[in-house]
Design a protein around this ligand. Structure first.
Ligand SMILES: NC(=O)c1ccc[n+]([C@@H]2O[C@H](COP(=O)([O-])OP(=O)(O)OC[C@H]3O[C@@H](n4cnc5c(N)ncnc54)[C@H](O)[C@@H]3O)[C@@H](O)[C@H]2O)c1
Length: 435
């Protein structure tokens, strides 16, 4: 099939390389010309394991190309994916300006009947808006609109895209379902379920999934606050909970909280959608509040360890919102850095991939090129995102170069006994501290 992808960011680029890998002929287009220039050279604009290999192999096979000319890109497409950003407005609602622009390009320039696939995360009802616009612009072409929300995880995006456990398609007509089945045919079966629904259900289900995962994390963080006050251990509590299949093990890790370009904005957008529909989904507000509290609770541990923060040096390890990505959007590590800096601390960060992105986002943050440079002379070190390479940290060396051997563990990454043996004061999350 001839596929055009509008928006070649974290979702759009993965869609491009994956569909090309499945044998389709894919054209990616983006309003950011610099990004297109980079992609044209076979370079990914962001860090994601495996993406560059597929990018280069797709281009070499003649299956994948990029252009900043969106008009030409949509003209002959069988299927157009909309993968543009849906950032939050000040009110928390999703801004759908880029979705509208992308739909307008299809409406004006597609020369034949096309299936327009909404892959960006959007509030229920958006596809109907897209459809109305397409009809208004060229009524005779009768484009189909489909919702096909994305469930990839950054850091594992290629794996998730080429070996998904489910593909969700919301559509209105048998012909639209048929096109989507053909598009994804090589992926369906083998542990991947195709779920077909109406459009509003697909749109709403995506928000429901993200909000529920965020809720599980906030539940674990609320338990952490309770464990800290009662002397219980939140890791053991989560293990007990996870042993119950009805609850499940995943997303019960207490820590600095969730971040990234999905949970924080989608949770608020979902709450706003509910409010617009006349339902007060207060539970979601509480989930967001507990997530903010998780950053404050970590800052409090640093203050507890250091007393006054003025002119104290605090090292943050891991700046991306989670390991495996250089994405710092809504990163809890940067939220913590802002909080500590506003209280007078000098904050130095290190991240295996996201140093430059963090610096661009928060210029006052000092960024070091390795963990030991970051920790030299520090009064306290905070583990913010759990990159595997931090497992190999030389604790004796850290103890030697830090001003004070104090570690705050924002992800319960270290073993308390290991910290005790290495002589650190250790402040985990929701577990007893070691002084
Ligand atoms: N990042 C994730 O893990 C993830 C996962 C699932 C769903 N989503 C959703 O997918 C959507 C995209 O997220 P992302 O992380 O890829 O964002 P992104 O910022 O990485 O990419 C968006 C891209 O769209 C481009 N763009 C913006 N306006 C455009 C326009 N009018 N025409 C053409 N291109 C335009 C931008 O230049 C950018 O390259 C969002 O709705 C997000 O919520 C993201």
């Amino acid at each position: 099939m001839r596929v055009t992808v509008i928006g070649t960011g974290h979702v759009g680029l993965i869609t491009c390389v994956s569909l090309a890998e499945l044998g389709h002929v894919v054209v990616g287009t983006d309003s950011d010309e610099e990004k297109i220039g980079q992609l044209d050279k076979g370079l990914s604009p962001f860090y994601e394991p495996g993406v560059e290999e597929l990018l280069v192999s797709g281009m070499r096979a003649g299956k994948l190309s990029f252009t900043s000319d969106s008009t030409a890109a949509v003209a002959e497409a069988d299927v157009v994916f909309i993968c543009v950003g849906t950032p939050p407005r000040a009110s928390g609602e999703a801004s759908l300006v880029a979705v509208e622009q992308a739909a307008a390009v299809v409406g004006r320039h597609a020369s034949r009947r096309t299936v327009v696939v909404e892959k960006s995360t959007v509030p229920a009802g958006t596809a109907q808006r897209v459809k109305q616009m397409l009809v208004r612009l060229k009524p005779d072409l009768a484009h189909e609109v489909v919702s096909n929300p994305e469930f990839l995880r950054e850091g594992k995006a290629i794996e998730d895209s080429l070996n998904p456990d489910r593909i969700l398609v919301g559509a209105e007509s048998p012909s639209a379902f048929a096109v989507m089945r053909e598009l994804y045919a090589p992926l369906i079966g083998n542990g991947c379920r195709l779920i077909e629904t109406d459009i509003a259900t697909a749109e709403l289900a995506k928000h429901a999934c993200n909000a529920f995962l965020a809720l599980k994390i906030s539940y674990a963080n609320a338990l952490a606050r309770l464990c800290e006050r009662s002397g219980a251990d939140v890791v053991a509590v989560a293990e007990v909970m996870g042993a119950d299949d009805r609850i499940g093990k995943q997303f019960l890790a207490a820590g600095l909280g969730y971040g990234g370009y999905c949970f924080p904005k989608d949770l608020v957008a979902f709450e706003r959608l509910a409010s617009g529909l006349g339902y007060k989904f207060r539970l979601l507000k509480e989930v967001a509040r507990i997530n903010d509290e998780a950053v404050e609770a970590t800052a409090e541990k640093v203050r507890d360890a250091l007393w006054n923060l003025e002119n104290k040096k605090v090292t943050l390890l891991g700046l991306s919102f989670k390991p495996g990505t250089d994405d710092v959007r809504f990163s809890p590590a940067l939220a913590l850095a802002r909080r500590l800096m506003s209280q007078g601390a000098v904050v130095v960060g290190y991240d295996p991939e996201a140093g430059a992105e963090a610096k661009a986002e928060l210029p006052g943050l000092e960024v070091a090129s390795d963990p030991y440079e970051a920790a030299g002379g520090a009064d306290c070190l905070v583990l913010c995102s759990e990159w595997a390479e931090f497992r190999d940290l030389d604790l004796a060396k850290l103890d030697e170069i830090m001003q004070h051997p104090v570690i705050v563990d924002g992800r319960n990454f270290f073993e308390p006994e290991q910290m005790r043996a290495a002589g650190f004061s250790y402040y985990p999350t929701g577990r007893p501290a070691i002084y």
